[in-house]
Design a protein around this ligand. Structure first.
Ligand code: SF4
Length: 424
């Protein structure tokens, strides 16, 4: 309907064209964006920065103008959204893409009234070869996608039932616990916080993480549906785990924020990214974010766009959100470009934090003072190795999974939890 690239096809032209060819076609399907142009690509295969069902507004108008069936595709994220599109008369048909990669049983589950069991797509683009430069193509929430030769479709009941302990209730630990429970094992899941989720608890609170919120809710729902002894507010120790006589241990204790060696980092105006996500209203009017990875970048975008703070992101490397895939970065940049009170400084090092702001050193060695009421440290995380290794020596079947092995994406955490637990 619109290619979302400057100077290219707009809705009015497409509508005219549809009316012209209507006598020659059986049905029309409404999509947007363009895959030949990366700037338009993120509007065809949308990211977390775009609203759900962005093409419904076009489809509604097309439907009012033609007498053939109208279908719509693009970010229809749940059976309820699809139902609403059809029940409201917006369209006659709804088409899906990534939702069925995330869960190939999506239609059956919807039909059988088991929508809560549908694994929701999080629009992360890891399944899209263009996004990942044809490397590491897979699905964050469906470990079997592209791995069909070695990841089983069904989790089979284990022949020998075992005592499994999972330490850490982030995505890796949750997935290991659910999978081991499906195998029929006796599963105990320790989480030191008052609720499950690990990093997901924080990330899912960010404004543009609605789809991750839904995935997180799905995971929590699955934990409840399976026989898992969840022990919250419990810091597992070597002795505690050993006392349960586990046959296998999944260590999923996650990561710790990196605290860079910067003068003034312990100042009263400095907070870490956890606090910034939990309590964005506590930040002052002028904010500097040290570290422009995906988390820091989205905190900056949210504070500038939604809380109207003056935000400067100071990033050491040459790229904002370098660990995100290519289309995620483009979508993020498009969003950031539209927010005038958000400044990005790449190849810039923070030398010192003072009560009044940050002294930064740019690529050419120039010092620059950036005023800040609040400085947010978002310089990444490091594997929680010491705690992870404290569980060694109890049983040979001890597996370190997720970020405590090496900080990565949700995709690796889910993959490791699922594939290892499905073989225990
Ligand atoms: S990789 Fe991400 S975008 Fe693709 S289907 Fe899976 S969850 Fe959705």
């Amino acid at each position: 309907m619109a290619e979302c690239v400057e100077g290219s096809i707009e809705f009015e032209e497409t509508l005219k064209f549809i009316k012209l060819v209507e006598p020659l076609i059986d049905a029309v399907q409404i999509s947007s964006g363009l895959d030949m142009n990366r700037e338009g690509n993120v509007h065809m295969v949308t990211t977390n920065f775009k609203e759900h069902m962005p093409n419904a507004k076009y489809a509604r108008i097309v439907k009012q103008n033609v007498n053939i069936p109208v279908s719509v595709v693009g970010a229809v994220m749940s059976p309820w959204e699809a139902e609403e599109l059809i029940a409201s008369g917006t369209v006659d048909l709804v088409a899906f893409g990534r939702s069925f990669i995330a869960d190939p049983d999506w239609p059956n589950k919807a039909k059988d009234g088991k929508a809560d069991d549908i694994v929701p797509c999080i629009r992360c683009m890891q399944c899209y070869h263009i996004s990942t430069n044809r490397k590491n193509v897979g699905c964050t929430v469906n470990p079997r996608f592209t791995n069909e030769s070695f990841v089983p479709k069904e989790i089979k009941k284990a022949e020998t039932l075992k005592n499994i302990v999972v330490v850490g209730g982030g995505p890796a630990g949750i997935m290991a616990a659910i999978t081991a429970a499906k195998r029929g094992h006796n599963v105990t899941l320790f989480e030191r916080e008052k609720s499950l989720g690990g990093m997901l608890r924080y990330i899912s609170r960010q404004h543009y993480k609605e789809d991750i919120r839904r995935y997180f809710e799905y995971l929590l729902g699955q934990v409840k549906k399976h026989s898992i002894d969840v022990r919250l507010n419990t810091s597992a120790t070597h002795d505690l785990v050993k006392s349960l006589n586990p046959d296998a241990i999944f260590v999923a204790v996650g990561s710790l924020p990196i605290k860079p060696n910067i003068k003034g980092i312990d100042g009263a105006n400095v907070i870490d990214f956890f606090e910034a996500i939990e309590n964005p209203d506590s930040t002052g009017q002028d904010v500097v974010i040290i570290g422009g990875g995906t988390i820091g970048a989205e905190i900056g975008l949210e504070l500038a766009e939604l809380k109207h703070r003056n935000v400067t992101i100071v990033e050491l490397t040459s790229e904002i959100a370098a660990q995100g895939n290519m289309l995620y970065r483009i979508a993020l940049r498009q969003k950031m470009d539209a927010v005038s009170n958000l400044k990005r400084m790449v190849e810039t090092r923070c030398r010192e934090i003072t009560e009044k702001g940050v002294i930064a050193v740019t690529r050419d060695g120039q010092e620059q003072f950036i005023k800040a009421d609040t400085v947010i440290i978002s310089t990444g995380v490091t594997a929680n190795k010491a705690v992870a290794e404290s569980f060694y020596g109890i049983t040979p079947d001890t597996f370190t999974i997720g970020d405590c092995d090496k900080p990565r994406k949700i995709m690796e955490a889910v993959f490791e939890g699922y594939t290892i637990a499905s073989r225990i």
